[in-house]
Design a protein around this ligand. Structure first.
Ligand code: SAM
Length: 321
């Protein structure tokens, strides 16, 4: 494939950046991938199939976007940088014109996505939804304007696939898992240390708040490490993939109650749970009573407990109050 079509290589990345007059900023975690093998691998590891509805956070210059489109996905992207967001449709129609109807971008902070209604709907996805709703074959949909279709139906993504901005990776991930229940699978590239944390098991040194909170929603598995050389500019941290598969939440206990206990336990992670949970429980004695009622040794530390234990503590606290 020539440099002017298809996926973005190093020359194309430099040319697009120069044409837009952008200088990547650290604040927004802007490190752009210029390696076709890397973006194709991300798409493959995410299990993206033709026709899948995919949410991409931080599409940047479009490296991963084009790989998702190449696989036949519908892609709704959320980008915070106005220059990048405005340039993306042009990049997609120039490099993969046949896929431009499967792509839409929203200029927005991903942390502000409160439900699927907010996401931009690719034109062809809107048409497909519309014809499915009226029982017609795709292609024979009534001539509605794109805006009318987009207003009528929303884009419920099955997968989140992204090279996440490093400084906000965990909050973005947790926010989207909470606010977009249609997400079944997440495959993201993050700082290697964050990938380790998200997939850590109780008892390990790196097990912490991201590990427990991610486990509320999903089962996380650490993926491959990614070379620093596939990025421009080259970052000063290592990157890795992590995959999360959503599992059913088998409790009626409110998430906020459980997360408040997790936050308290790790706010003083060197202390025993009896001491660390005292501010949350009201006193060390009540913390101990709750822990005993939950069947947990008050002398252990929070880093030894799994999400089911934190749920048991929340339940015991309710039962005792
Ligand atoms: N996906 C592109 C790639 O792989 O080359 C770019 C990835 S770059 C690591 C992160 C991207 O996220 C940048 O384009 C940046 O502008 C964008 N970004 C940063 N913070 C964001 C936020 N809160 N919401 C949405 N996009 C954000």
């Amino acid at each position: 494939m020539s440099e002017s079509t298809g996926l973005l290589g190093p020359t194309a990345i430099r040319e697009i950046a120069a044409a837009l007059g952008i200088r990547p900023t650290k604040t927004l975690g802007q490190n752009f991938v210029h390696d076709a093998g890397t973006v194709r691998r991300i798409v493959r590891d995410a299990g993206v199939q033709s026709g899948d509805a995919v949410l991409e956070v931080g599409p940047g210059l479009g490296s991963l976007t084009l790989a998702l489109l190449e696989a036949g996905a519908y892609v709704s992207a959320v980008e915070i940088d106005p220059v990048l967001a405005r340039a993306l449709p042009t990049t997609v129609s120039a490099r993969m014109p046949e896929a431009s109807g499967r792509f839409a971008v929203l200029l927005q902070d991903a942390m502000a996505i409160s439900d699927a209604e907010m996401l931009a709907v690719p034109d062809d996805f809107g048409r497909a939804l519309n014809s499915a709703a009226s029982g017609q074959e795709l292609g024979s949909a009534p001539a509605l304007t794109v805006d009318a279709i987009a207003e009528k139906r929303s884009f419920a993504p099955r997968a989140l696939v992204a090279n996440l901005p490093y400084n906000v990776a965990v909050p973005v991930l947790l926010t989207l898992l909470e606010n977009l229940p249609s997400l079944e699978t997440v495959l993201v590239m993050v700082q290697a240390e964050v990938a380790d944390r998200l997939s850590a098991n109780p008892g390990s040194k790196i097990y912490g708040i991201p590990s427990v909170k991610a486990a509320w929603y999903a089962t996380a598995v650490r993926g491959a490490k990614v070379s620093r050389n596939v990025f421009w500019p080259v970052p000063n941290v290592d990157s890795a993939l992590v995959r999360l598969d959503r599992h059913p939440i088998l409790t009626q206990t409110p998430r906020e109650d459980v997360f408040a206990i997790v936050d308290a336990a790790f706010a003083q992670r060197r202390k025993t749970l009896r001491a660390a949970l005292a501010p949350w429980a009201g006193s060390p004695a009540r913390a101990e009573a709750v822990l005993r009622a939950a069947g947990i040794d008050p002398q252990v530390r929070g880093e030894r407990l799994g999400i089911a234990d934190y749920i048991a503590i929340a339940d015991a606290s309710r039962a005792l109050s």
